[in-house]
Design a protein around this ligand. Structure first.
Ligand code: HEM
Length: 119
């Protein structure tokens, strides 16, 4: 189970790279677009996040994560996914606010992960 957990955690890091990398790749673009990397990265975070939370208590010596911290991450991740899905459907000229909000919230979720969930 430990190996499976660690493999899912690796996928969770790849999801961060897709989401934040997709965001950063549009820095300076005119107009910046919500790329499929942001959408797919956000969806990857939702799926792998749930798996991590579900498996953690079953690990040897494992304990559940702080519900408030994980709940905060989940709420932010759902908003990021919504912004990416909805933003991609807008005219390119209208995507900037969705791109900016999704990127900023993704970085906030990294801070929550490092300073709260994994603390
Ligand atoms: C935008 C979405 C997300 C981002 C950017 C993100 C980012 C991260 C990062 C950077 C870490 C590593 C923290 C560290 O090791 O110090 C992490 C760990 C974790 N994330 Fe996420 N995450 C997201 C969504 C989620 C969701 C939706 C859940 C749960 C429903 C979740 C559950 C977890 C858990 C349980 C860990 C700890 C894993 C461990 O250290 O064993 N994440 N996340």
């Amino acid at each position: 189970m430990d190996i499976i957990y660690k493999l899912i955690l690796v996928l969770h890091f790849i999801g961060v790279a897709m989401l934040v990398g997709g965001f950063l790749s549009q820095m300076g673009a005119k107009p910046p677009l919500v790329t499929h990397w942001m959408r797919d990265g956000a969806l990857t975070q939702l799926i792998t996040g749930f798996a991590l939370v579900g498996i953690a208590p079953n690990l040897e010596g494992g304990e559940p994560f702080d519900n408030a911290a994980v709940g905060t991450k989940l709420l932010i991740a759902v908003i990021v996914t919504g912004l990416a899905l909805f933003g991609m459907r807008q005219d390119p000229e209208k995507q900037k606010p969705y791109w900016a909000a999704a990127g900023a919230l993704a970085i906030i979720n990294i801070l929550v992960a490092v300073f709260w969930v994994a603390a």
